[in-house]
Design a protein around this ligand. Structure first.
Ligand code: AHM
Ligand code: MG
Length: 334
C-alpha cells in the first residue's frame, strides 16, 4: 500500500462516499478501537504486569473469570460510557445490561462485546481477542434488555481485534471487510487489507476433535469424510487447525479460507451450543458473510435467528461457502 490510510481516515472516507456511517457510529468505532489498543497493551505486558491468572470470580455463564477478562471489560466500558454515542452496553462478563449513567448524554447505539475471547489461551501466550457488535436502539424512551434482542442481520457494525504476533482490527459496516494493523510506534491502526474475500472451497477445517463422540450424526459424517482424504468421498486431503480462540480461528478463515465449527453436542443437550449468539456468533457471521462466506447453525442462517436471551448460545458452522452449505445440507438430510 503506497500511502498509509489510518482507521480514522478510512471511516471519514466511508462516511463521505457512502454516507452510511453516521458521525456517532464513526465515533463509536474509533472509541472501540482505542479501547482495543489499551487491551492490547495490557495483554502484551503478560507476566510483567498484574494481568495474568484468575480473578477468583465466576461470570454469568458459570465460567471462571481471568484478570484480563475483567480488565478488558472495564476498559471497554470506561472508554465508551461518556461519549454520548451509546444508550447501553452488554458483555459476556456482565449478567445484565450496562445503561449509560445519567451524568452522560445517551446516544442511539447499543454495543455488545466479548471483551476477551479465548481466555484459556492467556497463560500460554497464544492469540486472544475482543469481539464486538453494534445495534441501533429501537425508538422509544429508556433502554432495556429487550432492546438488545435483535437478529444479527440488524447489526450496523461488527468486528474483532486479535491480539497475536500483530494486533489486527477487523471491521465491517456492511460494505465489505477491512483489516487494520496496529502500528505501535504511531499508536494508530493502519489499513492493511480491504475487500477481504474468503475462497468458496477449502481443504481446512477447525473443530475441537476431542468432542467427536458427543457430536450429532451430520457433523460426524462431514468430519469423517474429511478425514478419509483423497481415498474418501471428497477425493482430497484435509488439514486441521484448532486454536481455541474463536477470534484467531475466524481470522485465519478470513485470511485463507476454511470452515470453523462449534456444534451442539451431547455433553449439555439442553444448550444449543457453547458459543454465544449475540456477541460471538452474530458479529463473526456478519464478517464472514461480508467476505463472501456463510454461517449457519446447521439449520438456518445465524443472522436470521431471533434471540430471546442476552446470553443465549448457538451452534456455529461458518467459513468457506461451499463447505458450510455442505454441512448444512447434511443436517437437512439427516
Ligand atoms: P470464552 O469466550 O470464554 O473464551 O470461550 C469461547 C472460546 C472460543 O474462543 C473458542 O472457539 C472456544 O471457546 C474453545 O472452546 P474449547 O476449549 O471447548 O475448545
Ligand atoms: Mg468468547
Amino acid at each position: 500500500m503506497s500511502s498509509r490510510i489510518s482507521l480514522t481516515r478510512y471511516l471519514v472516507e466511508q462516511q463521505r462516499m457512502d454516507g452510511h456511517i453516521p458521525s456517532q457510529l464513526r465515533l463509536l468505532l474509533e472509541v472501540v478501537a482505542r479501547a482495543c489498543k489499551s487491551i492490547s497493551q495490557a495483554v502484551n505486558k503478560g507476566a510483567l504486569g498484574d494481568v495474568m491468572g484468575s480473578a477468583g470470580s465466576e461470570n454469568v455463564q458459570g465460567e471462571m473469570q481471568k484478570k484480563l477478562d475483567i480488565i478488558a471489560n472495564e476498559v471497554l466500558i470506561e472508554a465508551n460510557e461518556w461519549g454520548g454515542h451509546l444508550a447501553a452496553m452488554a458483555s459476556e462478563e456482565m449478567e445484565g445490561i450496562y445503561v449509560v449513567p445519567n451524568r452522560y448524554p445517551q446516544g442511539e447505539y447499543l454495543l455488545l462485546f466479548d471483551p476477551l475471547d479465548g481466555s484459556s489461551n492467556i497463560e500460554v501466550n497464544v492469540s486472544i481477542g475482543t469481539i464486538f457488535s453494534v445495534l441501533l436502539k429501537p425508538e422509544g424512551t429508556g433502554v432495556s434488555e429487550q432492546d438488545f434482542l435483535q437478529a444479527g442481520c440488524k447489526q450496523v457494525a461488527a468486528g474483532y481485534c486479535v491480539y497475536g504476533p500483530q494486533t489486527t482490527l477487523v471491521l465491517t459496516v456492511g460494505d465489505g471487510v477491512a483489516m487494520f494493523t496496529l502500528d505501535r510506534e504511531q499508536g494508530s491502526f493502519i489499513l492493511t487489507e480491504e475487500d477481504v474475500r474468503i475462497p468458496e472451497n477449502t481443504q481446512e477445517f477447525a473443530i475441537n476433535m476431542s468432542n467427536m463422540r458427543h457430536w450429532d450424526a451430520p457433523v460426524k459424517r462431514y468430519i469423517d469424510e474429511c478425514l478419509q482424504g483423497k481415498e474418501g468421498p471428497r477425493g482430497k486431503d484435509f488439514n486441521m487447525r484448532w486454536i481455541a480462540s474463536m477470534v484467531a480461528d475466524v481470522h485465519r478463515i478470513l485470511t485463507r479460507g476454511g470452515v470453523f465449527m462449534y456444534p451442539w453436542d451431547k455433553r449439555e443437550p439442553n444448550k444449543p451450543g457453547k458459543l454465544r449468539l449475540m456477541y460471538e456468533a452474530n458479529p463473526m457471521s456478519w464478517l464472514i458473510e461480508q467476505a463472501g462466506g456463510a454461517a449457519t447453525n446447521g439449520k438456518q442462517r445465524i443472522l436470521d435467528i431471533q434471540p430471546t436471551q442476552l446470553h443465549e448460545r448457538v451452534s456455529v458452522i461458518l467459513g468457506s461457502k461451499n463447505e458450510v452449505e455442505r454441512v448444512t445440507r447434511y443436517h437437512s438430510e439427516a
